[in-house]
Ligand binder design. Sequence first.
Ligand code: SF4
Length: 287
Amino acid sequence: MKDKPGVIQRSLFGGESLPGQGTLFGDPNSAADQAVGRCVEQEMLLEHMGPTVEEPCRDLQEGLFHQGREKPFHEVREDIHHDVESELPAQDRLAEIDNLVVLRQTVLECRRCGLRQGARGAVFGEGNPAADIMFVGEGPGQREDELGRPFVGRAGQLLDLMLRSHGFSREEVFIANIVKCRPPGNRLPAPQEVEACLPNLEAQIRIIRPKIIVTLGALASQTLIDPGLRVTRDRGKWFQKDGVSYLTTFHPAAVLRDERNKKRLIWEDFASLRQKYTRLYGGKDTD
Ligand code: SF4
């Protein structure tokens, strides 16, 4: 019997958060953590006032991605691209690696950005090394950092539920993140950190050769698909790039924070994924 979303999600999503309770994120003296708190609190307020979260998400991106710079995210990335390239150690030749075992070892030894210092280790990602479908999130959280596995906390439980409910198993897909080491306080990775780690993910994609990549949240979507993409506006849309079909949807953690507005939408996006995969590549349709 198929899972029923309403029944399962009520037990999974937990209690309701109230405005004012979402402002405590990581270090209270950190401007970045305060920006996260502001954004979440605004999301919660808007949950009571209306469905749009465009404005608070812009505040979050400006507070964290841009970090005071007066440039859009993609221009910041271009600015720092040369710096990062010039800092790559000579022995780091990701482009020459052609299997996930060697790549995993290389990533576990990576020290290309400062995130490694605050993390227990790199979380490489896991799943089928020949997966047709790849899921990409932002970065490891506390539980992922502890266990060295991606999406194993509450957001991971939701992802597992979405997969199972749409006829996929966690073992048949591959799950990874934009950055492999946990950002302190669960803040969003900074542009320099994204730029430093992106070659690791690009090597994973090159070796796995997925047919479909599902980007979970704004950072993954803007990094892999289009810097101008807005998840609240563009979720559920399909994009074609370099022979790969991309689907953008919410990060499961965002759904957990805003069940009322996002639960049904992410469910629709996974249904779209199931339908496209079945139509293009065969297999049973769960509808
Ligand atoms: S986050 Fe990525 S680039 Fe930075 S140290 Fe970890 S694996 Fe290396």
